[in-house]
Ligand binder design. Structure first.
Ligand code: ZN
Ligand code: ZN
Length: 88
């Protein structure tokens, strides 16, 4: 079953330079860096919507400016994915 409409949460694709994919378990969305700049996405960490900047694109997991300098919290990310499944 395809994922319902949602804001994508992006992560760099290791095997393909310049590509990013959505981490939602049911979503197969993949996008190239040049099409992602200036688009709205959901922060990997705080789940808030934000606009992707070239600065966010330097990172493995795309996040908002607020979370840029915070240490990643794995537990919270797992909860985030669980919430996405429940909500969507
Ligand atoms: Zn998605
Ligand atoms: Zn954030």
């Amino acid at each position: 079953m395809p994922a319902k409409r949602h804001l994508h949460m992006y992560r760099k694709v290791k095997s393909r330079e310049g590509y990013y994919k959505c981490i939602h378990p049911d979503c197969t969305h993949v996008v190239q860096r040049e099409f992602l700049d200036g688009k709205r996405a959901r922060c990997y960490y705080c789940q808030e919507p934000y606009v992707v900047t070239w600065r966010a694109l330097q990172l493995i997991t795309l996040r908002c400016e607020d979370c840029r300098y915070k240490a990643p919290k794995i537990k919270k990310v797992q909860k985030t994915i669980q919430d996405l499944i429940n909500v969507n």
